[in-house]
Design a protein around this ligand. Structure first.
Ligand SMILES: *[C@@H]1O[C@H](CO)[C@@H](O)[C@H](O)[C@H]1NC(C)=O
Ligand SMILES: *[C@@H]1O[C@H](CO)[C@@H](O)[C@H](O)[C@H]1NC(C)=O
Ligand SMILES: *[C@@H]1O[C@H](CO)[C@@H](O)[C@H](O)[C@H]1NC(C)=O
Ligand SMILES: *[C@@H]1O[C@H](CO)[C@@H](O)[C@H](O)[C@H]1NC(C)=O
Ligand SMILES: *[C@@H]1O[C@H](CO)[C@@H](O)[C@H](O)[C@H]1NC(C)=O
Length: 630
C-alpha cells in the first residue's frame, strides 16, 4: 500500500500548490483503486508500478492484435492495435486503442524500439511502416521497430476532431492570422508596428478561444488523456505487452519526440534500455512555462542556420542557387536583396494569376521599410507567409536549392512556383482535408504546460505582441514572429480540460542505462543549447553527440559519422565520448553529391536509410501543409 502511494506521488510531480492538492486527492483515490486491483510481486524493482498484469481483465487492457496494413508495405511490416486504459488513474473510464506499425527484427530479437517522429501530431505508425527497414539499417536487425500514433493522433482512438467537418476548420482558418501569419513592420521604433501586432493578436486569441470551446463541446471526455505523461504510461504498457513485463524500454524520438524521450527517462529511470533523442527541445521549458515563452528559445540558433543558407548559396553560385549573382558573392548582399524584396512586396502585393489556386503574394498591415511576415496564397485554400515558409525550409537543407529557385522566381516577379510548388520534394498522397494535427498538437501541449491559475494570468494581446517584438529584436530579425505559424502553439489558457497528471521533473535522474543525445550546431527549431541542457541534467547517464551541420535533426544532412555512432549505440551498446563532433559528408547545395561514388556499398545504404527517414520525418511534421502538394 505504502509503496504504491509513493510511486504515484513520485509520478504525479505536481508543481504548484493547487495542482498538488488535486493530485494528492487523486493520489488518495488512486490508492483506494490500487488497493483493490494491484498486488505487487516481491522483488519488483519497477519505479512505475502502474499495472498488475494478473489483475487486469483479460481480453481488454493490454490486448495486442496484428494484421496486414490496409495499404501496401514491405515484407516484414504489419499494423496493429493495443488496448490501453483511457485513464490510468481510473480503469472504469474506458479504453483507448493505440494504433501500431511494426517492422519485425530480422535477426534474433532483443526487444522493441518505439519511434516518435515529433509534432506533437506526427504519426509513428506511418514512420515505422514506411521507413522501418531504413530504421533497421541504423538501429540494427535485432529489434522490432514499432511506431505508434500517440493519444489523439492519426489512427489512434479516440482521435482529436473538434470541428464538425474538416472543411469547417479549413474555412475557419482561411484568410486569418492562422494562415497569413503575423505581419510585422521592420520599423520596430514606430509605435504603429506594435499597435498593428496587438490587433492581430486579438484575432489570434479569439480564434484560439473558439477552437478550444469547440474541442470542449465535442471532445471533453477524451481530451484529458492526451498529455505526454500519459503517453509515457502507454510506452510502459506497450513494452510490457510486446516484450515482457520486466523488459527495458527502448525508444527513438526526434523533435517533440525528444520531449517524450525526456519525460520517459525521468518518469521511469530504472526501466531505460536504449534511448536516443535527436533534434532536442527543452523539456524544462516545455513543462514549466506556457507556450508563448517557448519560441524565443526554440529559435535561438535559427539565424545561424539562415547564415549557413546564405553562405552556401554564395559558394554554390547562381547555377545552383539563383539567389546569388555570382559565385562567392558577399552573403550579406544576398540577404539585402531578399529583405528588399520583402519590402517591395509589403508595399505592393504580387498578383499570381497562374497558380493552381490563383492568389497573390501579400503582406499585411502597418507602414515600414521592411517586413518579416508576408502572406502568400497556396494552391488550394492555404495562405503562407513567405518568411515562415523560408523558416520551414531551414529545417531541410536538402530542399535549399528548391527554396532558392522559387524565391528567386518570386523576386523576379513570378510567384507561380512559390504558390504551386511548396516543398514538393517530399511529395504527398493527395488532399487530406484535415487540420486535426494542429489541434492534436494543442491537446498535448495544453496538458503538458502549466495552466494559468485564473484569468488574471491569461496573456494579453499586448504581452504576446511584446514577446514577439523582443524576439525579433533580440533573437532573430528574420524569423522572430514566424514560429507561431510553423509551430502552432498557444491559447492553452482557453483549453477546456486538465489532465489527471502533469510531469514537471526532476530531469536529472540517474538512469539504468545511459542515453544518446544528438544535436546539430545550427538546428533552426531545436537549438544545440537544449541538447546541452538535457545532457548536463542527465550527467553521465547521457552522451551528447554533436553534428556540425544545419537543419532539423541529424538526418537532415548526411553524416556517416553520426549514423555509425547511433548504430554502434543500439547495436553494440557503444557510446561516443561526450560532445563528440561529427561532420557531414553532404553539403547544402551539393546537388551532384559526388562523395557518394567514393563510398562502400554499406556506407551508401546507411546514408540512403538516413535520407529516407529524414524525408518521412519532414513529411510527418509538415503534414498539414503537405496535404496540399502533389
Ligand atoms: C472513475 O470513473 C467513473 C466513470 O467516469 C466515475 O463514476 C468514478 O467516480 C471514477 N472514480 C474515481 C475514483 O475517480
Ligand atoms: C520609423 O518610424 C518612426 C516613427 O514613425 C519614423 O520617425 C522613422 O523615420 C521610421 N524609420 C524608418 C527607417 O522608416
Ligand atoms: C536534481 O534536481 C533537483 C532540482 O530539480 C535538485 O534538488 C537535486 O539536487 C538534483 N540532483 C542531482 C543529483 O543533481
Ligand atoms: C556517474 O556519476 C555518479 C555521480 O557523479 C557516480 O556515482 C557514478 O559512478 C557515475 N557512473 C558512471 C557509470 O560513470
Ligand atoms: C554537376 O554535374 C553536372 C553534370 O554531371 C555538371 O555539369 C555540373 O558542373 C556539376 N555541378 C557541380 C556543382 O559540381
Amino acid at each position: 500500500m505504502r509503496k504504491e502511494k509513493e510511486t504515484l506521488e513520485e509520478l504525479g510531480q505536481p508543481s504548484t500548490g493547487r495542482r498538488r492538492s488535486q493530485i494528492n486527492i487523486l493520489g488518495a483515490l488512486l490508492s483506494i483503486v490500487f488497493c483493490a486491483f494491484v498486488v505487487f510481486k516481491a522483488g519488483d524493482r519497477l519505479s512505475l508500478n502502474l499495472l498488475n498484469f494478473d489483475s487486469i481483465p483479460r481480453g481488454t487492457i493490454g490486448r495486442v492484435e496484428w494484421h496486414k496494413c490496409n495499404y501496401p508495405t514491405e515484407t516484414g511490416v504489419d499494423c496493429g492495435t493495443i488496448i490501453v486504459p483511457l485513464d490510468y488513474f481510473n480503469y472504469t473510464k474506458g479504453i483507448s486503442i493505440i494504433a501500431l506499425g511494426r517492422y519485425k527484427a530480422t535477426a534474433k530479437k532483443r526487444g522493441t524500439v518505439f519511434l516518435n517522429p515529433g509534432g506533437p501530431g506526427g504519426s509513428g505508425v506511418s514512420l515505422a511502416t514506411i521507413t522501418g527497414k531504413f530504421f533497421a539499417e541504423i538501429i540494427g536487425p535485432h529489434y522490432d521497430i514499432v511506431g505508434f500514433d500517440p493519444r489523439g493522433i492519426g489512427e489512434t482512438l479516440p482521435k482529436v476532431q473538434c470541428f464538425p467537418h474538416p472543411i469547417d476548420q479549413h474555412i475557419f482558418r482561411a484568410n486569418t492570422v492562422f494562415e497569413q501569419g503575423f505581419s510585422v513592420s521592420s520599423n520596430l521604433s514606430d509605435p504603429r508596428t506594435r499597435e498593428h501586432l496587438i490587433e492581430q493578436q486579438r484575432q489570434f486569441l479569439a480564434m484560439k478561444k473558439t477552437q478550444a470551446e469547440l474541442c470542449g463541446q465535442r471532445m471533453s471526455e477524451a481530451l484529458p488523456y492526451m498529455g505526454t505523461a500519459t503517453v509515457v504510461r502507454d510506452l510502459f504498457l506497450m513494452t510490457s505487452m510486446l516484450d515482457d513485463h520486466h523488459a527495458l524500454i527502448n525508444y527513438w524520438g526526434g523533435s517533440y519526440g525528444t520531449i517524450l524521450g525526456a519525460y520517459l527517462v525521468n518518469m521511469v529511470p530504472d526501466r531505460i534500455g536504449k534511448v536516443a533523442i535527436d533534434g532536442v527541445a527543452n523539456p524544462v521549458l516545455w513543462a514549466d512555462k506556457p507556450s508563448h515563452y517557448w519560441h524565443r528559445e526554440w529559435i535561438s540558433s535559427i539565424e545561424d542556420t539562415f547564415r549557413w543558407f546564405l553562405r552556401s548559396c554564395s559558394e554554390a553560385g547562381p547555377g545552383v542557387c539563383p539567389l546569388a549573382k555570382e559565385k562567392n558573392e558577399d552573403p550579406n548582399a544576398i540577404d539585402e536583396r531578399i529583405l528588399k524584396f520583402l519590402d517591395l512586396l509589403y508595399e505592393n502585393p504580387l498578383p499570381v494569376p497562374n497558380a493552381r489556386r490563383p492568389g497573390y503574394l501579400t503582406s499585411g498591415g502597418a507602414r515600414g521599410d521592411r517586413i518579416y511576415a508576408i502572406g502568400v496564397a497556396t494552391k488550394i485554400d492555404e495562405l503562407f507567409i513567405v518568411i515562415a515558409l523560408i523558416m520551414i525550409y531551414m529545417e531541410n537543407p536538402r530542399a535549399w536549392p528548391r527554396l532558392s529557385q522559387i524565391l528567386a522566381s518570386a523576386m523576379a516577379g513570378d510567384g507561380t512556383a512559390m504558390l504551386n510548388n511548396l516543398l514538393p520534394v517530399y511529395g504527398a498522397s493527395g488532399p487530406d482535408l484535415s487540420f486535426a494535427e494542429d489541434l492534436a498538437r494543442l491537446a498535448v501541449t495544453c496538458l503538458d504546460s502549466p495552466p494559468p491559475e485564473d484569468e488574471s494570468e491569461f496573456p494579453t494581446p499586448e504581452l504576446l505582441a511584446d514577446i514577439g517584438l523582443e524576439t525579433i529584436r533580440d533573437v532573430s530579425k528574420h524569423f522572430g514572429m514566424s514560429t507561431t505559424i510553423s509551430e502552432p502553439d498557444g491559447g492553452c489558457q482557453f483549453w477546456p480540460v486538465r489532465g489527471p497528471e502533469r510531469f514537471t521533473g526532476p530531469w536529472n535522474h540517474t538512469l539504468s542505462n545511459p542515453i544518446l543525445i544528438v544535436s546539430n550546431t545550427a538546428d533552426p527549431v531545436t537549438p544545440i543549447a537544449s541538447g546541452r541542457l538535457v545532457n548536463k541534467l542527465l550527467h553521465n547517464s547521457s552522451r551528447l553527440l554533436i553534428q556540425n551541420s544545419p537543419g532539423h535533426g541529424s538526418m537532415a544532412l548526411s553524416s556517416l559519422c553520426s549514423i555509425k555512432a547511433i548504430r554502434a549505440y543500439y547495436d553494440d551498446g557503444i557510446l561516443p565520448q561526450n560532445e563528440f563532433v561529427c561532420e557531414s559528408e553532404e553539403q547544402p547545395f551539393d546537388i551532384n553529391r559526388s562523395y557518394i561514388s567514393t563510398l562502400s556499398e554499406t556506407d551508401r545504404r546507411l546514408l540512403e536509410a538516413a535520407e529516407k527517414i529524414s524525408e518521412a520525418l519532414a513529411e510527418s511534421r509538415l503534414r498539414p501543409w503537405l496535404a496540399y502538394t502533389d
